[in-house]
Ligand binder design. Structure first.
Ligand SMILES: *[C@@H]1O[C@H](CO)[C@@H](O)[C@H](O)[C@H]1NC(C)=O
Ligand SMILES: *[C@@H]1O[C@H](CO)[C@@H](O)[C@H](O)[C@H]1NC(C)=O
Ligand SMILES: *[C@@H]1O[C@H](CO)[C@@H](O)[C@H](O)[C@H]1NC(C)=O
Ligand SMILES: *[C@@H]1O[C@H](CO)[C@@H](O)[C@H](O)[C@H]1NC(C)=O
Ligand SMILES: *[C@@H]1O[C@H](CO)[C@@H](O)[C@H](O)[C@H]1NC(C)=O
Ligand SMILES: *[C@@H]1O[C@H](CO)[C@@H](O)[C@H](O)[C@H]1NC(C)=O
Ligand SMILES: [Cu+2]
Length: 571
């Protein structure tokens, strides 16, 4: 019923204004738990209006999105983050619990209202606890009539990883003493569909896994991509994985990468590509291969020793038979720990001249953020400059805007880490603490952040961390190996750095980004690996909060702000 209403609203507004002026696109959504079978094993997912993954929003640049979001989860709060949307003027709609709003209580409806001011491939997802891992994600696509490339048709793949253990249990495992790691995912999903106990490519495998049927209406049956020969297609791809870094390939077809995180980039051609959690890309491919054959589309785990079967679906040329296994094995992915390969891919991405704003030539402030894995009171945590982020009960946006005292630690976390820290060796680090202090950025200033990777608690191990910034894009100025030193600045790319909202930090390496603090609000900057954020791997920036206007009361009525409103009522 609600999804029908959604379609009705959509058609209504679509027909109402057939000119190019911006539209309102209105949706009525309810989120609930639902039995589902994402990979051949029955489980429970978080679904919106009965859909897993959640419904796709398609809009035109400049449109305003209204989502009447009802929480039908029996006992948990919920929020939705619109990943990659600037939320300029609507920081309360960013959908981050404890930062931009209060969790929406069971039974309540919250209205998300925001403008999509930039074309691109985006997605949305839960941002409270580990609700993204529970399957709360969907695609958000913003179109523009003017683009720097041409294509005849398009597809959309939302990538994710899936565990058979519930996200609630995973969350408890991670917060336990002794620590219990969640392990590698059972399957990789494309648009919510994967195969756990069978393989589409069984005939090419020596592992003796059973062959999956290709025809069927199973909930986990792969979505086959049907193409016409001699055309150009756009493949939109976004990664909502909880843990996995991925490599994507289309057997027999070259891919030209043209968009990253909603920003046009200088096109470059590859035979496979890396995609980290929180990133999105558009690639173009030509259907120039033998149309009588079918081709694999595959995703493989990178950066962690793979214990998860590759995710597969099929590219089929119309009018040939779709349910036919390709006649050769799936494309061979790069070795999981071939970081040189991954770095080469990241270093091919440049901003497209004339299509994205230029980076300011100098910064006003540089913040160095060292990530370490620590033990705090026997619990395993991640810390940034010795502070492991724990969210306060009163959302920062409310406590800052309304000047509420004691809502969070007003002392700013450290701007840097000690020069003699050995990133190759995890020192005993008794100084790490839980904290909820934030970085106050002077409005309109240019900020550089250097993300510094280091060893984890185990010897000789360092992990990939894709960092995502809310409310802004940043320019990626460069990557390097080892410890960042000030002369690395000389090698920053100020000519054509790509603009993005998510960037990877390679093992034992650093990554430098630059952004302008010109979006009034409070914004998370964090590792997009869900268990890492849960264990404290993030920071919070605030800028120009006094300029924030028109915050709906229901966004921030909880914690100390809730008490304040009750008190005023009784006066
Ligand atoms: C494997 O998948 C089949 C359906 O194809 C199902 O009947 C069976 O129960 C599954 N086995 C396991 C161990 O999940
Ligand atoms: C596609 O283009 C090739 C080369 O131009 C041509 O030989 C072929 O017949 C075309 N195929 C179709 C189905 O149009
Ligand atoms: C902890 O930090 C404080 C202040 O930064 C410093 O004085 C102290 O030496 C540190 N302790 C250790 C064990 O490094
Ligand atoms: C973090 O803790 C270590 C050791 O406990 C200390 O040497 C270092 O100075 C601390 N760093 C910061 C930024 O406080
Ligand atoms: C912020 O910077 C922009 C560009 O330099 C300028 O136009 C604007 O007036 C500034 N706003 C404030 C409030 O300083
Ligand atoms: C870690 O690396 C060092 C230097 O390469 C080596 O000597 C040591 O054995 C390694 N430790 C482990 C546990 O692999
Ligand atoms: Cu991480």
């Amino acid at each position: 019923m609600s999804s029908l209403l959604g379609i009705f609203f959509f058609l209504f507004f679509f027909l109402l204004s057939s000119n190019i002026s911006a539209k309102i696109r209105e949706y009525k959504w309810r989120v609930e738990y639902m039995h589902w079978c994402p990979d051949g094993v029955d489980g429970v997912v978080m679904a919106i209006n009965g859909n897993f993954p959640s419904p796709t929003i398609r809009a035109l640049v400049g449109d305003t999105i209204y989502v009447h979001f009802t929480n039908n989860l029996p006992t948990e709060g919920v929020v939705i983050h619109w990943h990659g949307i600037s939320q300029s003027g609507t920081p309360w709609a960013d959908g981050t619990a404890s930062i931009s709003q209060c969790p929406i209580n069971p039974g309540e409806t919250f209205l998300y209202k925001f403008q999509v001011d930039k074309a691109g491939t985006y997605f949305y997802h839960g941002h409270y606890g580990m609700q993204r891992s529970a399957g709360l994600y969907g695609s958000l696509i913003v179109e523009d009539e003017k683009e720097p490339f041409h294509y005849d048709g398009e597809f959309n793949l939302l990538l994710s990883d899936w565990w058979h253990k519930s996200s609630n249990e995973q969350q408890i495992d991670l917060s336990s003493k002794p620590f219990r790691w969640i392990g590698e995912p059972q399957s990789l999903l494309m648009n919510g569909r994967g195969q756990f106990n069978c393989s589409l490519a069984a005939q090419f495998s020596k592992l003796g896994v059973p062959q999956c049927k290709l025809r069927g209406d199973e909930q986990y049956a792969p979505q086959i991509l049907h193409v016409h020969p001699n055309k150009t297609y756009r493949l939109r791809v976004a990664s909502s994985t909880a843990l996995s870094s991925l490599n994507l390939a289309i057997g027999g077809h070259k891919m030209v990468v043209v968009e990253a995180d909603g920003n046009y980039i200088q096109p470059f051609s590859v035979k496979n590509m890396d995609i980290y959690s929180g990133e999105s890309y558009s690639i173009l491919f030509n259907t120039d291969q033998d149309p009588s054959n079918n081709y694999w589309i595959s995703i493989n785990v990178r950066g962690r020793e793979p214990k998860t079967p590759q995710g597969l679906t099929i590219l089929n040329y119309i009018p040939h038979f779709a349910s036919k296994i390709p006649n050769s094995p799936p494309p061979l992915p790069p070795l999981w720990n071939d970081y040189k390969y991954s770095k080469a891919f990241s270093n091919k991405i440049f901003g497209l001249n004339g299509w994205s704003p230029k980076s300011p030539t100098r910064q006003n402030r540089r913040i160095l953020l060292l990530n370490t894995q620590n033990r705090i009171e026997g619990y395993i945590r991640w810390a940034i400059n010795n502070v492991s982020l724990v969210f306060p009960t009163t959302p920062y946006l409310g406590s800052i805007k309304y000047g509420i005292n004691n809502a969070f630690d007003t002392k700013s976390p450290p701007n840097t880490f000690s020069k003699n820290y050995n990133i190759m060796k995890p020192p005993i680090n008794p100084n790490s603490t839980y904290g909820n202090g934030i970085y106050m950025l002077k409005f309109n200033t240019t900020v550089d952040v250097i993300l510094q990777n280091a060893n984890v608690l185990a010897e000789n191990e360092s992990e990939i961390h894709p960092w995502h910034l809310h409310g802004h894009n940043f320019w990626v100025l460069g990557y390097g190996d080892g410890k960042f030193v000030s002369k690395n600045v000389e090698k920053f790319n100020l000519k054509n750095p790509p603009l993005r909202n998510t960037v990877v930090v390679f093992p034992y390496g650093w990554t430098a980004v630059r952004f302008v603090a010109n979006n009034p609000g409070v914004w998370a900057f964090h590792c997009h690996i869900e268990p890492h954020l849960h264990l404290g791997m993030g920071v919070v920036f605030a800028e120009g909060v006094h300029l924030v206007k028109n915050v709906p009361n229901e966004a921030l009525t909880c914690g100390l702000r809730g008490k304040m409103l009750v008190k005023n009522k009784h006066k």
